[in-house]
Design a protein around this ligand. Structure first.
Ligand SMILES: *Cc1c(COP(=O)(O)O)cnc(C)c1O
Length: 487
């Protein structure tokens, strides 16, 4: 029996809330604003609670099951983060309040700027970007501003490895750079020969993800950076995979000029379902002046009696404001809490466990599934989701079958350089039993692929929503959530 939709539950006159008597005079809406066709459901509070609770249970979540979605770092988000974020002094302040009334908030932002700079080995931080992709855009804008400031207007080419996340070329293109794809070699590193053939005085920079999306640390990263620097380019680091190297190495010390973090990935904000995110960008000394406006600074040094006075400051050659107010402050509080709770040793411990967990699973699975780049991995690894002797089974079928076992599928069909890719990231917060169960299920699915392939082809069997007809969904888009006559 299918549950009624919230529209079917509707009955004229039922109410879930009682509106208080208005204390301002009633004004008629301007003509055209009133939309009769909206059909708001009329239901009681109990029905609303049941409806939304039931909906929430249809979703897979990190709080309900294993979520090895590669590159997304679906680690456990400690509940203490939610407590600190809801403290009234953080939750009930307004970004336009006078600075002297929000010193605690500014202190937290200043400290987080310092922590993120320190973790990455950089000189300064902006907390404004709304997510990783937005951080990339900010980084690309700063690279553009840096070359322009030096009069090097001919630097229009951005090198991007073929393993990169799609947001790398997308954001560089938005800034106006010409995107030049860079090949990966047989060991999964940047192809040095190809890199050397691409650098000249038109080079603006390289966007490098390290560890890359194959879960591999580039063995020649210092040489790669040197080649780009020698040609006058800057190196942007996509820091989505920082979870693998926290407290172990610092991209800024290796030579990266800019890096974004995904606070929602590495520093534990819930982010299934698309947000909210936060993508702070950290920069080396020579880019400090170009940071977005404003950053949080110390306006007046403190002494034994008085704390310092914090305020908003404008970097000298700023690329300007790139986000309303100061970014996603609630996520800054979560990241600050998380980093403070773990401390330096805890962060390193998290990275080491993330890497250990991934290597454990890679070793157990690589005999049954093909591992195209066979090296010890960092915090994630990429398998091929097909077998030559099992025609008709694809990565998608394996991913869908995992849902039947209560496990969120790995990232699939990315990175593009692996055929039928299954990108698996266990994170540090999962225990040995969970890793073993995942391995067991993956081995069972490999066996099912041979003995009962239709089990995979028609999966998922016991999920609330069966496999979508993706072709029909793409061709006959219905973006309206209201019941219409035709449906
Ligand atoms: C997640 C991710 C991004 C984009 O980050 P968002 O916060 O989703 O905008 C970029 N690069 C890599 C490698 C990622 O995993």
């Amino acid at each position: 029996m299918t549950e009624p939709t919230i529209f079917e539950m509707s009955s004229p006159g039922r109410r879930g809330v009682k509106m208080p008597v208005s204390d301002v005079p009633e004004v008629a809406l301007p003509k055209g604003f009133e939309r009769q066709e909206l059909h708001f459901p009329e239901i009681s509070e109990l029905e609303a609670v049941r409806h939304f609770t039931r909906l929430s249970q249809l979703n897979h979540a990190i709080d309900t099951g294993f979520y090895p979605l590669g590159s997304c770092t679906m680690k456990y988000n400690p509940k203490i983060n939610e407590v600190t974020t809801r403290l009234s002094g953080f939750a009930n302040t307004h970004p336009l309040q006078p600075e002297d009334t929000v010193q605690g908030n500014l202190y937290l932002m200043y400290q987080l700027q310092e922590m993120l700079a320190e973790i990455g080995g950089f000189a300064g931080t902006t907390l404004q970007p709304a997510a990783g992709a937005h951080g990339e855009l900010v980084g690309a804008l700063m690279i553009h501003a840096y070359h322009k400031d030096r009069g090097e207007h001919q630097r229009v080419r951005m090198l991007i490895p073929d393993s990169a996340h799609g947001t790398n070329p997308a954001t560089s293109a938005m800034v106006g750079f010409d995107i030049v794809p860079l090949a990966t070699d047989a060991r999964g590193n940047v192809d040095l020969g190809h890199l050397k053939s691409l650098v000249d005085d038109r080079l603006a920079g390289l966007m490098l993800t390290n560890p890359n999306t194959l879960g591999l640390f580039d063995e020649n990263v210092e040489e790669v950076i040197k080649i780009v620097h020698d040609a006058g380019g800057l190196v942007y680091g996509d820091g989505a995979n920082m979870n693998a190297i926290l407290g172990v190495t610092q991209p800024g010390k290796i030579g990266f000029d800019i890096l974004h973090y995904n606070l929602h990935k590495t520093f534990s904000t819930p982010h299934g379902g698309g947000g909210p995110g936060s993508g702070p960008v950290v920069v080396a000394e020579r880019l400090l002046d170009f940071l977005p406006d404003p950053v949080v600074g110390i306006i007046e040094e403190g002494d034994d009696e008085n704390p310092p006075l914090y305020g908003l400051v404008t970097p000298a050659k700023t690329i300007g404001r790139i986000k309303a107010f100061h970014g996603h402050f609630g996520i800054h509080v979560r990241a600050f809490t998380y980093i403070s709770m773990l401390g330096a040793i805890g962060l390193r411990n998290a990275a080491e466990k993330a890497v250990l967990n991934a290597n454990y699973m890679q070793e157990k699975l690589k005999g049954t599934y093909t591992l195209p780049y066979d090296r010890s991995c960092m915090h994630e690894f990429v398998l091929e989701g097909f077998w030559d002797d099992v025609p008709g089974i694809q990565a998608l079928d394996i991913a869908k079958r995992l849902i039947d076992y209560g496990i969120h599928p790995p990232t699939n069909y990315f990175p593009l350089i692996v055929k039928e890719a299954l990108m698996i990231e266990p994170t540090e917060t999962e225990n040995l039993e969970t890793l073993d169960r995942f391995v067991e299920v993956m081995l069972k699915i490999a066996e099912e692929a041979r003995t009962q392939p239709e089990l995979l082809k028609n999966a998922p069997h016991n999920a609330p929503i069966k496999r979508a007809d993706e072709l029909k969904a793409a061709k006959e888009l219905i973006l309206c959530c209201y019941p219409s006559e035709e449906m």
